[in-house]
Design a protein around this ligand. Structure first.
Ligand SMILES: *Cc1c(COP(=O)(O)O)cnc(C)c1O
Length: 374
């Protein structure tokens, strides 16, 4: 079968591969009459905690709430600073702002993850926490970051939205910090049919606080102990995720195999991510770095390969970052990467032929188009 186009994402493929089971799960929930939280959410929480190697997990409405509620439960608020990465999705920063604290950025390294030396340099008397982002599905440098957090008495809240299942020195993301926040949004490696999120933690006290905070601050049906929010996970989404979770390791394994194939073929043309021995990424994104990005993206689009840029504008250079007083030049690595990064299609449902189609498109560019540009 000849391929004409490889889309950047194709979510219905995974749905169709599990359709009968998924529909049965949805039907079971709809017939049960219990649509919010309930047994399915409880079971999902247990399974995710077991999967991540933590004592507890709490289902919430989305990944941003997972971060926000973790910080709220840790008592982070007005006057506090939280150090995070400037190259992340905007939610890493706005959730810090939403609890009343100030996001403080520290530059990243070659692997797109926050540079521990830069984190330590950014610590002030107001710093309360570090929020490393396991960006692109690659674990951040947790040994160094945890050592810094101990040295300075800081909390660590992992933004693991892109990295469910990834391992660092054998341990899963979400199991290192006081809490880990995962997104179950359709674009993430384990996803619901709508929004969803989950928090992992080993701390019984934090777990108790978060379960109240996500449900209006209620301790039970009638008694309210704290000002909370409504950030509950739907039972239908939990039921769907229970069907999918047993497949996640295989899907991530397939993603790693596709990444390896890209790496083998494309490293001669462009910067490609190389895995360090201590990490097992899950390749939420395969982000290369190239000169003349717009020419290559245009060529690939004309040749049926859809690419994207995650993310073209670092948070500190967004209008919102400039309002905080940030300027260009402050985080040179993140800024340089923002001009050079490009995401290739990578999802476990891609066929080998599609992977070769993408590689062929890139190779053709470097054979025919790139020499002409010089
Ligand atoms: C997706 C994402 C979030 C937010 O998750 P939502 O479920 O969309 O709220 C936060 N941080 C990062 C790095 C993300 O990729």
């Amino acid at each position: 079968m000849s391929i004409e186009r490889v889309p950047f994402v194709d979510l219905p493929r995974q749905y169709l591969s599990l359709r009968d089971e998924l529909l049965l799960a949805v039907d079971r929930v709809c017939r049960s009459g219990a649509y919010v939280l309930g047994d399915d959410v409880k079971l999902l929480e247990e399974r995710i905690a077991a999967f991540c190697g933590t004592k507890y997990a709490v289902g919430v409405a989305n990944g941003a709430d997972a971060l926000l509620l973790s910080m709220k439960a840790l008592g982070i608020g007005s006057g506090d600073e939280v150090i995070t990465a400037p190259n992340s999705f905007i939610a890493s920063a706005w959730t810090i702002h939403a609890v009343g604290a100030t996001p403080v950025f520290a530059d990243v390294g070659d692997d797109y993850n926050i540079d521990p030396d830069r984190v330590e340099a950014a610590i002030t008397s107001r710093t309360r926490a570090i929020m490393p982002v396991h960006l692109t599905g690659r674990p951040a440098h947790m040994d160094e970051l945890l050592a810094i957090s101990v040295r300075h008495g800081l909390h660590v809240v992992e933004d693991a939205a892109q990295a469910i299942g990834a391992r660092y020195k054998g341990r899963r993301t979400g199991s290192f910090g006081a809490a880990g926040g995962f997104s179950l949004h359709p674009l993430k490696n384990l996803h619901a049919y709508g929004d969803g999120g989950i928090i992992t933690t080993n701390d019984a006290d934090l777990y108790a606080k978060i379960t109240k905070l996500r449900n209006h601050g209620l301790r039970n049906r009638d008694e309210c102990e704290v000002w909370g929010i409504n950030s509950r996970l739907d039972s239908i989404q939990a039921a769907v995720l229970l069907v999918k979770l047993p497949h996640l390791d295989n899907w991530n394994e397939r993603s790693r195999a596709i990444a390896q194939r890209y790496r083998d073929k494309l490293a001669q043309h462009m910067w490609v991510p190389q895995d360090r021995p201590e990490e097992e990424p899950v390749y939420h994104r395969f982000i290369v770095q190239v000169d003349e990005r717009s020419r290559l993206m245009k060529f690939l689009a004309e040749n049926g390969v859809e690419t994207r840029v995650n993310y073209p504008i670092p948070i500190h250079l967004q209008p919102i970052g400039r309002q905080m007083g940030y300027k260009g030049g402050e985080f040179p690595v993140a800024e340089r990467q923002a001009d050079r990064i490009m995401s290739l299609p990578l999802y476990p449902e891609m066929t080998d032929d599609e992977v070769e189609f993408v590689i062929d498109g890139v190779e053709r560019y470097y054979r025919t188009e790139a020499p002409r540009a010089r």
